[in-house]
Design a protein around this ligand. Structure first.
Ligand code: FAD
Length: 291
């Protein structure tokens, strides 16, 4: 449980950090909250020669409104997201999701950027950011680029971030009128990670039909994904408990569920339907101003 030797560097500016990452390439690892990287280093599953601590960079820990979007800096901790009055009012799904990550210690140190960049298949935020259709901003010495979240999660622990890039911020649209969202997870009791987690966001038309929705699923497969089959079964339909239950049955469609000591593939598949139904029902109730 002792990491291999490494050199620790704590740049003071983003520019310095980017140059260090570019210079050291594969030999370097970015350190944010350390709650995923350090366990890997202690198990020697990661043995970086250089650890570049971005935790001291200024201007990467904020939650603010900009041009009609809510922008969240990558170093914002889970606790700060959980307790943000702006997010609770205008993007409650992120605050709700942050509140059920791990325990207080994890939430006080772990960061949004670290969790997304790590892309653990059982992490909570990936389901929420897919349901919110966020944009992810990556910076490098070459400049910055915007990655739609639909293109971000590529595989287990693998994202669209390129070598030399730092995830700098996440941009999300505020909740629209007649909309509701919810995150429901079956958590693994020891760590809190999701055995299955489903985030749902939906908008109702004036006549009460489901106009728009997005359903993000985590824990089920090697990467978080949008449950397109659930969404297709709901779009344009009049909401009802029966409709949600039927649509939720498609939550694992096209996915080969993971199987491990915490849950079999069959159990995960069944739970995906249960938690999808619960998330949809609660999002719907909230769109009506209830729950
Ligand atoms: P770090 O550990 O510092 O980094 C993680 C990885 O991302 C590293 O590869 C690092 O190089 C890279 N990285 C970090 N920041 C950036 C960036 N800005 N740009 C590019 N790359 C970057 N998570 C959940 O979702 N749900 C849970 O219930 C949960 N329970 C946990 C319980 C325990 C006991 C522990 C230790 C962790 C748990 N976690 C859980 C994980 C936790 O949320 C981590 O904090 C998070 O996954 C990683 O964030 P971090 O800031 O700690 O990143």
């Amino acid at each position: 449980m002792i990491p291999a030797q490494f050199e620790y560097v704590a740049p003071k500016t983003l520019e310095d950090a980017l140059h260090l990452i570019e210079r050291h390439g594969d030999e370097a690892k970015i350190l944010a909250g350390g709650h995923s990287l350090l366990p890997l280093m202690k198990l020697r599953l990661a043995q970086p020669r250089y650890v570049i601590d971005i935790g001291r960079l200024r201007n990467m820990n904020f939650i603010r409104e900009e041009n009609g979007r809510i922008v969240i800096g990558a170093l914002t901790t889970h606790s700060e997201i959980e307790s943000s009055t702006l997010l609770r009012a205008k993007c409650p799904l992120l605050a709700e999701t942050a509140a059920v990550i791990g325990d207080v210690q994890v939430r006080n140190r772990g960061t949004l950027g670290g969790s997304l960049a790590h892309a653990d298949p059982a992490a909570d935020y990936p389901a929420a950011v897919l349901a919110l259709n966020v944009e992810i901003i990556a910076v490098s010495t070459a400049g910055s680029r915007t990655i739609p979240v639909s293109e971000f999660f590529l595989d287990m622990l693998t994202t669209a971030l390129r070598p030399g890039e730092i995830l700098s911020q996440v941009r999300v649209a505020p909740l629209a009128p007649r909309s509701g969202s919810a995150y429901e997870k079956l958590h693994q009791p020891a760590s809190g990670f999701a055995i299955v987690g489903v985030a749902a966001s939906l908008t109702l038309a004036n006549d009460g039909t489901i106009q728009d929705m997005a359903v993000g699923v985590t824990g089920l497969g090697p990467k978080a994904f949008r449950a397109a089959a659930v969404e297709n079964a709901l779009r344009g339909k009049k909401a009802s408990e029966k409709l949600f239950a039927e649509a939720a049955r498609h939550a694992a469609q096209g996915i080969e569920p993971l199987s491990d000591l915490h849950a079999s593939a069959d159990y995960r598949r069944e739970m995906a339907a249960v938690y999808a139904r619960r998330a949809l029902q609660r999002a719907f109730a909230r769109a009506h101003g209830k729950a």
